[in-house]
Design a protein around this ligand. Structure first.
Ligand code: BEZ
Length: 402
């Protein structure tokens, strides 16, 4: 990361608008981002297109995240004349849906029926875990652009790469900071009851307790079906906790944060979480209920760097809203494929997989990063706080977490 200085955003309001890129991109005349790292000349002149699969949720509680990912991936393609590594891209998109029941078969179809050379996407940890073996067996690279399931990269494979984060790492990144802020007080853990919740809150708990923190209790709420958090909020109140820590994203994050506030806990029990709790479109829906919530994440559109400023400007011009961590993770997946295809000896899965290991640093809006030995991004995390800025709500990056 070049710098940990953050600027106040030019547009403070996070919009729900999801208008797709084409016309707006045309209006902004493309982007200068492509100039420094134009697609390579590796592709022979008569090379056919490379078929890439994109699987993100367009329905279910994580649909807003999927929309951001699609926008991030499409923005990269638009900036690079719809080419990766000099090859024209034939993009095949499917709906990941809410969980593995929908997401696994839809994504497998990209491999078995559409015969793509690589797949990008997947929000849900359980879905990603259910797909891992499919990609290894088919020898098709799987570039996970959100799902943080620890097990996905626990045993590295040439065919499994991730441009997002590892659940236990993002949770653990804020453990010591919360222990310091709550002092002698205890923290209640509350999360969605599936892999991402268990691992993110588990990672938090380990780091928090190692730093001397005390846990007051914990609740796991049914994923995708919980609409009333009141029984859990009563437990938080009666536990006497000084703070709560949670993982929720998408529609669940909206409902949880709003009910937490309406129940009257915001003033007395400080709310912390991983950054998905207040990221993107959910923040506008949460409104004032989210103010003061502190989270950890590897991106904020307020990061001050030339690279991020260019990206935010291009994204806003294309979609009329600021980018999110989901947009950046998918944008970086396109960048990784671009670099790999520049050097790949063939455009099939084996050729791309072999080249991914040698791409080096990605010049990302989050800051430059490389894949580590487990094929996850080697990156810093930031403490962010929801603040009102210029009449809108912003996840202001306060400092880098140690
Ligand atoms: C996950 O399932 O890994 C996940 C879903 C939404 C946001 C972050 C992680």
């Amino acid at each position: 990361m070049p710098s940990t200085i953050f600027r106040a955003p030019r547009r403070a309001v996070v919009l729900f608008s999801g208008a797709l890129a084409a016309s707006l991109l045309a209006a902004c005349g493309g982007s200068s981002l492509a100039e420094d790292d134009a697609p390579g000349s590796a592709a022979p002149e008569d090379a056919g297109p490379v078929k890439i699969g994109l699987s993100v949720p367009l329905s279910g509680v994580y649909a807003p995240l999927g929309e951001d990912m699609q926008q991030g991936f499409e923005l990269y393609l638009e900036e690079h004349d719809n080419q990766l590594g000099g090859y024209d891209v034939d993009l095949v998109s499917v709906d990941e849906g809410e969980g593995p029941q929908a997401g696994v078969p839809a994504t497998q179809k990209l491999v078995t029926q559409d015969q793509v050379s690589a797949v990008v996407g997947i929000v849900n940890s359980a879905t990603a875990a259910g797909l891992r073996d499919t990609f290894i067996q088919a020898e098709v690279p799987f570039i996970v652009a959100n799902a943080g399931a620890d097990e996905i990269t626990a045993e590295p494979s040439d065919y499994i790469w991730r441009t997002s984060f590892v659940n236990s790492t993002v949770g653990g990144s804020i453990g010591a900071a919360v222990a310091e802020e709550v002092g002698d007080g205890s923290v209640y853990l509350i999360t969605a009851d599936y892999a991402a919740g268990h691992e993110q809150v588990g990672g938090f708990r380990e780091a928090f307790e190692a730093a001397g923190g005390k846990v007051a209790g914990e609740s796991f709420t049914p994923f995708g079906t919980t609409s009333d958090w009141q029984p859990y909020l009563s437990e938080i109140r009666s536990s006497g906790a000084a703070a709560a820590f949670s993982f929720y994203a998408g529609a669940e994050a909206v409902n949880f944060v709003k009910q937490y506030d309406t129940f009257g806990l915001s003033d007395s029990v400080k709310l912390y979480g991983t950054g998905f709790l207040t990221e993107g479109a959910v923040l506008e829906a949460q409104g004032g209920a989210a103010v003061g919530t502190k989270t950890a994440l590897h991106y904020s559109h307020t990061i001050e760097s030339d690279r991020n400023a260019e990206f935010v400007e291009a994204y806003e011009a294309a979609y009329g809203e600021v980018p999110t961590v989901y947009s950046v993770q998918a944008y970086d997946a396109a960048a990784a494929l671009d670099l790999a295809l520049e050097d790949a000896e063939s455009t099939d899965g084996a050729g791309i997989a072999a080249a991914l290991g040698g791409i080096g640093e990605i010049d990302s809006p989050r800051g430059p990063w490389s894949f580590d030995e487990s094929h996850n991004p080697d990156q810093p995390y930031y403490l962010r706080e929801v603040q009102e800025v210029d009449g809108g709500l912003v996840n202001v990056a306060v400092r880098e977490l140690g």
